[in-house]
Design a protein around this ligand. Structure first.
Ligand code: PHE
Length: 497
């Protein structure tokens, strides 16, 4: 029965549409409470139905009202208790032994002008004053008993309430509607299709719970990657897709030799000043360099060579030995190109993404450290056209296809180009990187063959990350003020989107 009532209700709802539980109770000739119980069980199965609580006002007969409906009103019964020829008033008490009936009936019948008392004789005589009466109160009680209270005037109902013939009651019920998962069967829907269901064919009869593609899933109880790491992963993916190999960048401390001298950056260059570079005090110097290469570097700075006139100053090893926090990852590229030349040159594509340090004035977009993304391609007879082509390919993968190049200067590249990209969101051209072809003064002392050209470019990881994640102040991205909730909430990075 339990299940049947639930299914019967669902089928009824399916047939008639939105329906009040009170009407359901009438339809199934069942107690309303039972219907409510069945609806609760249906709701426990999921969103088969939805309910809306409603209240109804209703009139009910009291016990006395029921007597009136059956036997007539007090006043009518008083009227009929009087014999047509009249009778002594005291006999009325005999005919109407009920005290309440007697007193209420007498006064109401008098008020209606149905009866009168004749006091002209020896004893008061009570008489019917009209030949017939219509007992409206009884009629009304019957209407109310048949749930037709709306046909009875409001004033009259209030009057009957005062006479304690009727009670006003508030009934609570529910409007039942079909829910998102409406069905007329109450068997629990399956959540999994098993091999057994397939082999015995029972899947055909079963109902299956539909997938909730909006479900958020359980929050992962684990660490979360910082936006810089997410963007780094994207850059790494792009480089790997383009066939690049990652360079080992695991040394924040570098000698001036590899950071500057190998890159043909003169020893008087302002970038080598303590105002721009963090020098290391302990250990202050690196002493160990490939001797003959060091000689060639010294020579190219002081006297020139390989068709270059050099800078013509007195190159000092003491300056090259100074340790520092590397100011760019191009120091790593220099080490790698030197190594490549020693091993016997072959064309390569290298990249690196790691931290560099500069003694900068700190502001909303600059810290004393940031991450550099660097790409290096070494091959025979590369041209500036190759550099532009590779940059176009690389930045297209980052979602930047409108590029412009502006001549620039680096001590180690010639020609050099700053790279600008039009940012659709911000509606302006933005500098996105720096690039160039490494100078022969850098490559030839290493032993890179003469027909080989090396093109390279670099950009910061922070700038695209800030744009991508809408962060305006670098301190919100790096450092002690970073909101860990931001790290937790930041979405995965898809650079081309
Ligand atoms: N090292 C340059 C910088 O720090 C970037 C760069 C790399 C430029 C390679 C040209 C070639 O900005």
């Amino acid at each position: 029965m339990g299940f049947n009532l639930q299914e019967d209700i669902l089928k009824y709802l399916n047939a008639v549409g939105d329906v009040d539980t009170l009407d359901i109770a009438v339809h199934f000739k069942t107690d309303h409470q039972k219907i409510i119980g069945a609806v609760n069980s249906i709701q426990a199965l999921g969103e088969l139905v939805s309910t809306e609580a409603v209240s109804h006002q209703k009139w009910e007969l009291t016990e006395e009202g029921t007597v009136v409906a059956d036997k007539g009103s007090h006043e009518a019964r008083t009227f009929y208790a009087i014999s047509p020829e009249g009778m002594p008033l005291k006999d009325l008490k005999v005919n109407l032994p009920d005290k309440n009936l007697h007193s209420v009936g007498f006064s109401k019948a008098m008020a209606r002008g149905w009866i009168c008392v004749d006091k002209s004789g020896e004893v008061p005589v009570i008489r019917q004053k009209v030949s017939s009466i219509q007992d409206i109160v009884k009629d009304h009680m019957n209407l109310i008993r048949q749930q037709r209270a709306s046909e009875v005037e409001e004033n009259a109902k209030q009057d009957y309430k005062k006479r304690k013939l009727v009670n006003e009651v508030i009934l609570k019920s529910y409007i039942l509607r079909k829910g998102n998962e409406f069905r007329t069967s109450v068997s629990k829907p399956e959540t999994d299709l098993t091999s057994e269901m397939i082999s015995n064919g029972s899947w055909k009869e079963k109902s299956f719970k539909s997938y909730n593609f909006d479900a958020l899933g359980t929050p992962l109880d684990c660490g979360h990657l910082h936006p810089l790491l997410k963007v780094r992963a994207e850059f790494r993916r792009i480089f790997l897709e383009m066939g690049f190999t990652e360079m080992p960048t695991n040394n924040y401390i570098e000698s001036s030799f590899w950071n500057f001298d190998a890159l043909f950056q003169p020893q008087q260059h302002p970038a080598r000043d303590a105002h721009d570079t963090f020098f290391v005090s302990d250990p202050q110097y690196t002493k160990n360099f490939p001797t003959d290469y060091l000689e060639r570097v010294k020579c190219i700075h002081s006297n020139g060579g390989f068709g270059s006139q050099g800078y013509g100053y007195n190159w000092k090893i003491a300056e090259a030995q100074k340790n520092l926090l590397r100011t760019h990852t191009t120091a790593v590229s220099a080490r790698m190109l030197y190594k490549l030349a020693q091993e016997g040159f072959k064309p390569v594509k290298y990249f690196s993404i790691d931290r560099v340090f500069r003694n900068e004035t700190l502001d909303a977009t600059h810290l004393a450290e940031f991450h550099q993304v660097e790409g290096v391609v070494a091959d025979y007879r590369l041209t500036l056209g190759d550099l532009i082509g590779i940059l176009a390919e690389f930045f297209k993968k980052l979602g930047m296809s409108k590029l412009q190049f502006k001549p620039a200067y680096n001590p180690y590249t010639e020609p050099s180009m700053e790279i600008f990209s039009f940012h659709d969101g911000l509606g302006k051209w933005m500098e996105v990187g720096n690039s160039g072809m490494f100078r022969p003064e850098m490559l030839r002392p290493m032993g890179i063959p003469e027909e080989v050209n090396v093109i390279a470019w670099g950009l910061s990881l922070e700038r695209p990350t800030m744009i991508k994640y809408g962060i305006n102040n670098i301190r919100d991205l790096v450092g002690p003020k970073v909101d860990l909730q931001m790290v937790h909430d930041s979405p995965i990075c898809r650079l081309e989107k």
